[in-house]
Each structure stands twice: as structure tokens, then as C-alpha cells.
Design a protein around this ligand. Structure first.
Ligand code: ADP
Length: 189
């Protein structure tokens, strides 16, 4: 099963994506987690993306697309994957379409986490207290949200056109969102 989670900061994508990965035995492929892991390793690449993340901007498409192409070609992703944090703009969405069609695969569902900005912002700030992520300051979250609206939101229409967009009420408890999500996966799985 090839899935994608889409939505603004603090919408709960990561939490639900991890649960999907566990239930369906497919890898949770999170660009944010991959970039943070690179940053923690302290390589040149890691230092470069670390600085970009801390500013709230997007890592260049070329690097991000190459990283995802490599990740999706790994053996554990052959039975499926749940992509989180990618694509984040139209160029990345088109690169993903091309990547998948080259290998004769497609997305089964695009899970869209619908939530008001204020609620997401509040959650992201709470996460900052718990996890101490360097890019979860109010200023950086605001910057990420701004980029979400200008660059990422337009791809919702791209995916709506495929007929595979599944809108979810993300402004609910983790279990409530899971229940709505897993019901919808029963249909596509
Ligand atoms: P959130 O969804 O809470 O904003 P993520 O953990 O998904 O945070 O991403 C953290 C940072 O990693 C982003 O602000 C950005 O700098 C970088 N990043 C993640 N995914 C992408 C992507 N697809 N393209 C470019 N940069 C990305």
C-alpha cells in the first residue's frame, strides 16, 4: 500500500503515519526525520540541511527528491510506504508521480489532515516543549506555515484530481483520527 500524508504543521501526520506503518508493516518515510538524522550525524549534508531547517525554509528540491528516490528504491519499501513531509510543492509532487510511474506503481490514497492553523500551531509549540526541536520556535513554525499555504496547499488540488484524496478531521483526538483514517483505509487496502 502506497500512502501519503498531507497537512499543515501540527496536524498529527507523523503520529498517524507511525501507526499506519506499524499496522500495515510498511516503512514510515519522513523527510523531516531523515533530515534531522543527517543533522545529528554532523555530515556536511547534515550541517547544510540543519541550517535550512532552522530557518523554516525548504531544503532544495534536487536534494530532497534524490533522497526520496533512493529511499523508495530500498527493499523494505517495495511492499509499500507511508510518505510524510514529501511532496511539499508541485515540483516534488510531479517528481514523485514520475518516479512511481517509472516503476509501475501509484499512490493508493492521499490522506489530507484538515485542521485550523491555530490548533496546529498550538500543538507544534507543545511538541517544542516536549522534544526540544530547534525548528519549533513560534517564528520558525509561522514561517513553515506560510510556506505550507503558498507551496504545499496547491498540491491538494493536484491530488484531488486523482480521486484518491481522503480528507480527515484532524482537529480531534489521536484515537478519533485513527478511527476515521483506518475506516477509510479499509476501502482502499
Ligand atoms: P513540519 O511538518 O512540522 O513542518 P517536518 O519535520 O516535516 O516539519 O520538516 C522539518 C523541516 O525539514 C522543514 O521545515 C524543511 O526545512 C525540511 N523539509 C522536510 N521535508 C521537506 C521537503 N519535502 N522539501 C524540502 N524541505 C523539507
Amino acid at each position: 500500500m502506497n500512502l501519503l500524508v498531507l497537512g499543515p504543521q501540527g496536524a498529527g501526520k507523523g503520529t498517524q503515519a507511525k501507526r499506519i506503518a506499524l499496522e500495515y508493516g510498511i516503512p514510515h518515510v519522513s523527510t523531516g526525520d531523515m533530515f534531522r538524522a543527517a543533522q545529528a550525524e554532523g555530515t556536511d549534508f547534515g550541517k547544510q540541511v540543519g541550517a535550512i531547517m532552522e530557518s523554516g525554509k525548504l531544503v532544495p528540491d534536487e536534494l530532497t527528491i534524490a533522497m526520496i528516490a533512493d529511499r523508495l528504491s530500498q527493499p523494505d519499501a517495495q511492499a509499500g510506504f507511508v510518505l510524510d513531509g514529501f511532496p511539499r510543492n508541485l515540483a516534488q509532487a510531479e517528481a514523485l508521480d514520475a518516479m512511481l510511474s517509472r516503476i509501475g506503481r501509484g499512490l493508493d490514497a492521499i490522506l489530507f489532515f484538515n485542521i485550523p492553523d491555530e490548533v496546529g500551531m498550538e500543538r507544534a509549540l507543545k511538541r517544542a516543549e516536549l522534544e526540544g526541536r530547534a525548528d519549533d520556535t513560534p517564528e520558525v513554525i509561522a514561517k513553515r506555515l506560510e510556506i505550507y499555504h503558498s507551496e504545499t496547499e496547491p498540491i491538494i488540488e493536484h491530488y484531488r484530481a486523482t480521486g484518491k484524496l481522503v480528507p480527515l478531521h484532524a482537529d480531534r483526538t489521536v484515537d478519533e483520527v485513527w478511527s476515521e483514517l483506518s475506516d477509510s483505509l479499509q476501502v482502499v487496502a
